[in-house]
Design a protein around this ligand. Structure first.
Ligand SMILES: *[C@@H]1O[C@H](CO)[C@@H](O)[C@H](O)[C@H]1NC(C)=O
Ligand SMILES: *[C@@H]1O[C@H](CO)[C@@H](O)[C@H](O)[C@H]1NC(C)=O
Ligand SMILES: *[C@@H]1O[C@H](CO)[C@@H](O)[C@H](O)[C@H]1NC(C)=O
Ligand SMILES: *[C@@H]1O[C@H](CO)[C@@H](O)[C@H](O)[C@H]1NC(C)=O
Length: 366
């Protein structure tokens, strides 16, 4: 006879002895996702915002989901591929969580958001608010599975971030009149990012994965903008890429500090800059062909952010063979680029993901 009660099985042995067999229920490592449009699976469908920060219309989603989910690409994003590799279901957007999904994680990312609350204020779920939503989810989780088990889930979970790029549109567009020096601005960003990481740590989070910033100046949007300001040879906007580099050198410093301050804090960095720069210079090595022009958009490099025709500019072109393209629209990689990048993140070598690749980070016990 066996009675199943929570995690324990009471086994009646012979007529008088009861053996209690307790199992650690083998929980899969959960995935909590934060940040911007690189990761947003449709949270912005549920907020009051503008079409620039949404992708819930054709042709977004055309290659995989066959309907526009709100993902800023033709198909799956990095967190979707991670979920696949880690044998998790797709991690739901915060606004679509059914309670049964909680134990596998939640995605809080919001297109257009940055580390600073000022970035696109009023049109996005900023990172501090994403933290607040996460805190409410930890409460739901405790209610659902209890204190002990939720602690275990939260400390074992992986917390992944793509954030920072959008903060740099303010200094780029304001040019010489911007009120902060680049260094001051990056320090502000790091300060705000730090407080969010500490907030998650306080809830029990231990394993953090950060994407650094890609070569922003090589986005089709900024190549096209460069043309407008008179750089006519189609090169990347150096100023934008330099800001990304500044962020990327501050990021590991900040994380090392946190590692010293917070017992058990672990992190790994995915060198998004390197993999994107490399696939721009050498697309065929990554199974791609066209790395300067976007698949969907208007004008030079299809760099005007008009994909779908719901934003300011209503006409747009859509390429025929999206599989050839690194960029789906003027700022976002295509599904096939994301798949390639996620493979490198999952089991790549130390030059692209360090000190842990994601596969070993998932398995890391806390
Ligand atoms: C500087 O910013 C102003 C106003 O945003 C813009 O009109 C101008 O083109 C910018 N100049 C450069 C060189 O980027
Ligand atoms: C974000 O940074 C700004 C500028 O340094 C600061 O005033 C603000 O308090 C920070 N917010 C948080 C939550 O850390
Ligand atoms: C394009 O122009 C920029 C700025 O004038 C220059 O720095 C860059 O070297 C040029 N690139 C090519 C490929 O000619
Ligand atoms: C890396 O992971 C991907 C996705 O699971 C897999 O297709 C690929 O074979 C793996 N590569 C290596 C070298 O293990």
């Amino acid at each position: 006879m066996a009675l199943i009660s929570n995690l324990c099985i009471f086994v009646l042995v012979a007529h008088f002895a009861i053996t209690v067999v307790c199992h650690e229920r083998p929980h899969q490592t959960a995935l909590f996702v934060f940040g911007d449009s690189i990761f947003d699976p449709g949270n912005n469908n549920y907020i009051n915002t503008i079409a620039s920060f949404q992708a819930n219309y054709f042709p977004y989603g055309e290659s995989f989901f066959k309907y526009p989910t709100g993902r800023n690409s033709n198909g799956r994003l990095i967190p979707d591929f991670i979920a696949e590799y880690a044998n998790l279901p797709f991690i739901p957007p915060y606004f679509e969580i059914g309670k049964k999904h909680l134990v596998h994680g939640v995605n809080f990312a919001s297109g257009g958001s940055g580390c600073l609350a000022e970035t696109a204020r009023g049109f996005v779920i900023d990172l501090q608010t994403q933290l607040k939503l996460f805190q409410s989810v930890t409460q739901l989780l405790r209610n659902k599975v209890g204190e002990t088990e939720s602690k275990q889930i939260l400390s074992n979970a992986v917390y992944i971030f793509s954030t920072g790029s959008n903060d740099f549109f303010a200094p780029l567009l304001a040019n010489s009149t911007f009120q902060y020096s680049d260094r001051e601005y990056v320090q502000m960003i790091m300060g705000n990012l730090t407080s969010v990481l500490k907030g998650i740590y306080k809830e029990g989070g231990r394993k953090f994965v950060m994407l650094n910033l890609g070569p922003l100046g090589c986005l089709p949007l900024l190549r096209a903008l460069n043309l407008q300001i008179g750089v006519t040879n189609g090169s990347c906007m150096e100023k934008a890429t330099n800001l990304a580099k500044l962020f990327n050198s501050a990021l590991p410093e900040m994380l090392k500090k946190l590692e010293k301050q917070l017992p058990g804090f672990k992190y790994t960095i995915f060198n998004f800059f390197k993999v994107i720069a490399d696939s721009i210079h050498n697309p065929t090595k990554h199974g791609l062909k066209i790395s300067e022009t976007a698949c969907c958009g208007t004008g030079p490099f299809r760099g005007i952010h008009s994909c779908g025709g719901k934003r300011q500019v209503k006409e747009y072109e859509l390429c025929e063979n999206v599989k050839d393209y690194l960029f789906f629209d003027s700022v976002h990689p295509s599904e096939q680029a994301y798949q390639r990048y996620t493979e490198l993140l999952w089991n790549g070598t130390l030059d692209v993901v360090a000190p842990y690749n994601l596969k070993s980070f998932f398995e890391l016990s806390t």
